[in-house]
Ligand binder design. Structure first.
Ligand code: NI
Length: 127
């Protein structure tokens, strides 16, 4: 198995260590492999989507990156029919987008939120 090194924030590393104990993983590598497998499976499912979709996109992010979200969402007004913005504990924002439109366009939006690396959580739910 190849060995790679990754950089990770203290905050995420702490959470990874807690998760390792809580779920009984044998080490950090095992947690990271499980995370990568979930992301791959999620992406495969998303890539298979086509045609016109109704969906809900959930985002959790730090308040300080709100401008990134605002910038992205203005480019996708054609598929965002409703948006709910709510404040959570610890300066976090929860965003709920109700989306309607072509699968390709919805995937493009989700990809942007994933790729910028600034979101704590990105989840697309297809109705
Ligand atoms: Ni906010």
């Amino acid at each position: 198995m190849p060995i790679i090194s990754i950089s990770i924030t203290d905050e995420i590393l702490n959470e990874v260590d807690n998760l390792q104990k809580e779920l009984g993983f044998s080490g950090r590598s095992e947690v990271m492999r499980a995370g990568a497998r979930m992301l791959l499976a999620d992406n495969k499912e998303k890539e298979a989507l086509e045609g016109r979709l109704n969906s809900v996109l959930l985002l959790i992010h730090a308040q300080k990156v709100e401008d990134v979200v605002t910038e992205v969402k203005h480019e996708f007004e054609d598929i965002i029919s409703t948006q709910i913005h709510n404040h959570l504990r610890e300066d976090k924002c929860l965003e709920v987008f109700i989306l309607e439109g072509d699968a390709a366009r919805i995937k493009q939006l989700v990809r942007l939120f994933h790729a910028n690396g600034k979101m704590d959580y990105v989840k697309l739910i297809v109705a």
